[in-house]
Design a protein around this ligand. Structure first.
Ligand SMILES: *Cc1c(COP(=O)(O)O)cnc(C)c1O
Length: 390
């Protein structure tokens, strides 16, 4: 008999009852150090007092009004996001893949308005991930995402991640944009190099293309900058954001420049829930914390500490952990044994991580962790490595 919850996930048999900062507690009272953070979502940990207060205060006023009316929380959140980024304008969604789809619509509509509707194709990269809608899986083209869901959406050309020759060769008069994750998350924490991101920006300028970034996982402070592309010193045209932006409340955002969003006039796009008062109250509270002076610098320092401690672990267990990748608090450990086994053992030892492509264990702790949590996580991984050593 099919389970009442449609069985599309391979779930671990654990129910969490409550969380506190970087810790989760299951229904048996066991404590876990949460380096999964709901897949980079609970960026400020669990039960953050400032987020709780913002949510409860808004809950007592008004939950939802639709986008037929102004939403004050959207206006303030959009103002702060644009003041602190490349963007001039923001569309709010409930999820990452919706933010990404909005980006795709921004791109297509831009060229439609420019009188070049034939320019509607987007170049994407191998191992990329943009969510689970039909457009997003059509763009990512990964076998495990698309199998059985044909016909897919046309309009995506794919090249090897990091390969400039293939990228240039794939550009045609129909190309509208290049879409990439600054650090591929689901693909296995594979960073685009600074040089590659700069070269993509130059190629976009040379051919008049829009640079469309998926920062759903890498954004909102995860790498120690508000957005990962800032490390390359470039300005994209369109960026999809979600995950950490709501700290666990469903919220996403599509950020764009005024020029890129030229076609997004009244009636062109919409969402019933997108950016509702509850979501944007929490989003503003998340931003209060992330934009506090020194917060991102601390993420950088903690990330560097975790990185160096993990390097030590690689040296000690070279057959278990074979490679360390990523930036800030978006790190990946490529495993020798099956990543599922490593993650299960780590979980039994009290540490949560997230599997990714390329047999990688993702470490995506809440951005609020410090030295103590780094030491605890590394000690658990050390013990875990000794247990799973092939
Ligand atoms: C999680 C993720 C998505 C999809 O976000 P949803 O909220 O699950 O729709 C898209 N792109 C990237 C890079 C992601 O990490």
């Amino acid at each position: 008999m099919i389970p009442v919850v449609m069985p599309t996930y391979a779930r671990a048999d654990i129910v969490f009852e409550r969380g506190d900062g970087p810790y989760l507690f299951d229904t048996d009272g066991r404590r876990y150090l949460d380096f999964a953070a709901g897949v980079a979502v609970t960026a400020l940990g669990h039960a953050h007092p400032h987020l709780n207060a913002a949510l409860m205060a808004q809950a007592g006023k008004v939950w939802h009004t639709s986008n037929l009316f102004r939403v004050a929380g959207q206006e303030s959140l959009a103002k702060r996001l644009t003041e602190n980024s490349f963007a001039d304008t923001v569309f709010f969604t409930n999820s990452g893949t919706e933010a990404w789809e909005c980006g795709l619509k921004v791109v297509r509509r831009h060229f439609y308005e420019a009188g070049q509707p034939e320019r509607n194709r987007v170049i994407t990269f191998e191992q990329s991930f943009h969510g689970r809608t039909l457009a997003a899986i059509s763009a990512a083209k990964q076998e495990k995402l698309i199998k059985g869901f044909a016909p897919l959406l046309d309009g995506f050309d794919q090249v090897a991640f990091g390969n400039l020759n293939e990228l240039r060769a794939a550009i045609t008069p129909e190309t509208a944009a290049i879409c990439l994750e600054p650090i591929q998350g689901e693909g296995g924490i594979r960073p685009a190099s600074i040089e590659f991101m700069r070269a993509v920006r130059e190629i976009c300028d040379e051919f008049g293309l829009l640079m469309f970034l998926d920062e759903i996982q890498s954004g909102m402070g995860r790498t120690g900058k508000l957005f990962a592309h800032e490390w390359a010193g470039i300005k994209p045209d369109v960026v999809a954001v979600a995950k950490g932006i709501g700290g666990g409340f469903p919220l996403g955002a599509c950020l764009a420049t005024e020029a890129a969003a030229s076609g997004m006039t009244a009636g062109t796009h919409g969402s019933t829930y997108g950016g509702n008062p509850l979501a944007t109250a929490v989003g503003n509270a998340v931003l209060d914390v992330i934009l506090e002076p020194g917060f991102l610098e601390k993420v950088q320092r903690t990330g560097a500490l975790l990185h160096s401690r993990l390097e030590g672990l690689l040296a000690k267990h070279p057959t278990v952990f074979t490679e360390l990748r990523g930036q800030g608090l978006m790190l990946g450990l490529k495993c020798g044994p099956a990543v599922g086994d490593v993650i299960a053992k780590a979980r039994a030892n009290g540490l949560l991580g997230v599997p990714a492509g390329d047999n990688v264990m993702r470490l995506l702790p809440p951005l609020i962790i410090g030295e103590a949590e780094v030491a605890e996580a590394v000690a658990i991984l050390d013990r875990t490595a000794a247990e799973v050593k092939p």
